[in-house]
Design a protein around this ligand. Structure first.
Ligand SMILES: Nc1nc2c(ncn2[C@@H]2O[C@H](COP(=O)(O)OP(=O)(O)O)[C@@H](O)[C@H]2O)c(=O)[nH]1
Ligand SMILES: [Mg+2]
Length: 319
């Protein structure tokens, strides 16, 4: 398995090579600042962060000769400052048995896969897990979750194609409570093209579960696909109208990710980013580290950030 940092770096390299384009300028004049701002916006960091970074450069370095390493370091520091407050791990409440996690998001963003990865992650921490196949609209989605459940040897509450998701969630909550299970992860459908129906469905899942435990769900995680760039912003907006999103998980940060979007999300919504997905396998879920992410995003082939990344340990979080 490629290490996390090398994967993330690879995934973010598209952004970092963009960010590198402007660094051929030696003197930080008005033209250079404008180009840098354009690059930051093109890298999906969002206008607010881009502007702040530029103002910072303007007030401290204007007219001076700067090296690309200096620019990258300053940039990484600014980005880490935005990311730090949202880099919050998801700690299930040990008093809740189960701690109920509702997983929402548009079709294809990686909800089911993320649930599979979370199952493995929390089991490695010694917690017990139960799953609910709440995306009953796609038969394949139910099978997919059952495969993950079998692999991890955890119970999966599933119904027939088209079954009532709220009923399944209720059954899952009841069974997990009886069994004293630590975590109940609920998969859902992501039919955003029918917003009214989706809102109704999510509301019903929550309403029905609350008949059993009025504090459920304890977390509502919105899964976002990093490769969709600016679309992720709109998805957060829409899902927050549907349901009380408590945190984000950003997937597909391997491959051709547009990792800058995480910075824009952090700046705009201040929602916790609990974990990130860096691949399709069970082990490809990692806690979100602001520092490492910022360094990976800013990149560079032989700069301080890369050297730090190179020497970072690539191990899975210990159990
Ligand atoms: N490269 C990569 N692929 C992912 C990641 N997470 C999910 N996928 C893939 O994205 C596709 C859709 O994932 P799925 O979990 O079915 O999405 P869902 O419709 O939201 O449940 C599948 O092919 C997954 O293997 C990730 O972090 N990296
Ligand atoms: Mg799914």
């Amino acid at each position: 398995m490629a290490g996390f940092f090398s994967r993330l770096k690879q995934g973010l390299s598209r952004s970092s090579s963009r960010l590198g384009a402007v660094f051929t300028h030696r003197k930080l004049d008005e033209t250079a600042l404008e180009e840098l701002e354009d690059e930051l916006i093109a890298a999906d960091l969002g206008p607010a962060v881009a502007e702040r970074v530029i103002e910072n450069f303007r007030s401290t370095r204007f007219g001076k000769d700067v090296t690309s390493d200096e620019i990258r370091e300053t940039l990484a520091t600014e980005i880490a400052r935005v990311l730090e407050p949202v880099a919050i791990p998801l700690e299930p409440d040990p008093k809740k048995k189960p701690h109920v996690i509702l997983v929402v998001g548009v079709n294809g963003v990686g909800k089911t896969t993320t649930i599979g990865k979370m199952t493995r992650h929390y089991m490695e921490e010694g917690k017990s897990v139960m799953l609910v196949a709440g995306d009953t609209f796609r038969a394949a989605a139910v099978e997919q979750l059952e495969v993950w459940g079998k692999r991890a040897n955890v119970p999966v509450i599933a119904g027939k194609h088209g079954a009532d998701a709220a009923g399944l969630a209720y059954d899952g909550l009841k069974r997990a409570t009886e069994a004293g299970t630590d975590l109940l992860l609920i998969d859902t459908a992501g039919r955003l093209h029918n917003k009214g129906a989706l809102m109704e469905e999510l509301a019903k899942i929550i309403r029905v579960m609350r008949k059993f435990d009025e504090t459920a769900p304890h977390s509502v995680l919105l899964v976002l696909d990093a490769t969709t760039g600016q679309n992720a912003i709109e998805q957060v907006r829409v899902f927050r109208e549907l349901v009380n999103v408590t945190g984000l998980i950003v997937t597909k940060l391997d491959g051709s990710a547009r990792g800058g979007i995480v910075v824009a999300l952090a700046e705009q919504f201040k929602l916790p980013v609990h974990m990130v997905g860096v691949g399709e396998q069970a082990e490809d879920l990692r806690p979100f580290s602001a520092q490492e992410y910022a360094k990976g995003l800013v990149g560079g082939s032989n700069d301080l950030a890369s050297r730090l990344l190179e020497t970072s340990t690539d191990e899975t979080p210990s159990t």
